[in-house]
Design a protein around this ligand. Structure first.
Ligand code: BTN
Length: 326
């Protein structure tokens, strides 16, 4: 009920009467009043004026379930939200509930991770309450070989959300880092549980540096946050909801064809490696070439220095810019 109250207060530019809320939610005035009290206790500034009703004037930067849910415009992505103040890793928890049968679309979010995981066995750390750590559970009816593409779909969704909400020039470093002004804003780690031909579930873990004010010296050159780019704090719940909205739309296109043919033009528009020199580090060989863009299965097309064309598969290699991180 709290998420519906929040949505109703946010939608209205002036006061919303207690009666209106009762009718909308089909509950008593006392029930509404109790929930308003709870929300005030959680940091929402809600004015209550006799004969006029309630008006919201201040929000805490919370990513609690009711705040995120109150902002969702999706049919299934981000429904339900499971919020934790602290957790080992949202991916780890999503895998557990994936095993237990949690529905497609479940979103796990946390203010702090004690064992956050990055790609290639690295750890992923973020200061408490200032970043987004979230994992979306999906159950695609596709063979396991197709799953690495959902990571690109999510990268595209996050980049688009940052462009739309903040007007920032967010782009993608293949396959799925979201980058602004040459520095990494967001990392994505996708994990799956599968049989030879059948996918049981997939978890897509997303870490976004939102209100992070400073990074450790060793990564200052490579990492950025929305705070550092915008010079102000931004609300995390709004960004989560926007990522879910974009992801749901793009994912439906992906499922329609089972590949990225309906999305690759849009992806390539945001691909920062496009027409750039890259160094490809494949197990057993390294070479330099110029990245052309992705094909319909998400592989990166690279023209080697000797003019031969090759495709680079996301699961196997690392691609570095020659003149910097991208
Ligand atoms: C990368 O190395 O670029 C991927 C980082 C992915 C981090 C996110 S934070 C939420 C989710 N839970 C984890 O433990 N990892 C992912």
């Amino acid at each position: 009920m709290k998420s519906e109250i929040l949505a109703a207060l946010r939608e209205s530019e002036s006061y919303v009467s207690g009666q209106e809320l009762c009718e909308k939610l089909n509950v008593s005035r006392t029930a509404v009043w109790k929930k308003i009290k709870e929300l005030q206790g959680e940091g929402y500034e809600i004015e209550a004026v006799p004969n006029r009703g309630y008006r919201i004037v201040g929000w805490p930067d919370t990513i609690a379930a009711e705040e995120v849910e109150s902002r969702l415009t999706t049919v299934w992505a981000g429904r339900p939200v499971k919020y934790f103040e602290e957790i080992t890793s949202t991916n780890q928890y999503a895998k557990r509930i994936g095993e237990e049968g949690a529905p497609e679309g479940t979103l796990v979010v946390a203010d702090e991770q004690t064992q956050g995981k990055g790609r290639s066995g690295r750890s992923w750390t973020m200061p408490r309450g200032t970043a987004i750590a979230m994992t979306l559970l999906i159950r695609p009816k596709l063979p396991p070989s197709r799953i690495s593409m959902v990571t690109l779909v999510m990268g595209l969704a996050v980049a688009r959300a940052c462009r739309k909400l903040y007007g920032l020039p967010a782009g993608i470093k293949w396959p799925n880092d979201v980058v602004i002004h040459g520095k990494k804003l967001c990392g994505i780690l996708t994990e799956l549980s599968a049989e030879m031909t059948y996918v049981n579930y997939v978890v897509i873990g997303i870490g976004i540096n939102v209100n992070v004010k400073q990074f450790p010296e060793e990564i200052q050159e490579k990492a950025t946050s929305l705070f550092l780019e915008l010079g102000r704090e931004t609300g995390r719940a709004e960004l989560i909801a926007s990522c879910m909205e974009y992801f749901e739309g793009y994912y439906e296109k992906f499922i329609q064809t089972g590949d990225l043919s309906l999305l690759m033009d849009e992806y390539n528009e945001l691909l920062l490696n496009r027409d750039q020199k890259v160094r490809v580090l494949e197990p057993g060989q390294e070479y330099t070439g110029t990245a052309q863009g992705i094909n319909q299965v998400g592989e990166l097309l690279v023209v080697k220095e000797d003019g031969t064309r090759t495709v680079v598969y996301a699961g196997e290699v690392s691609v570095r810019g020659i003149y910097g991180y991208v």
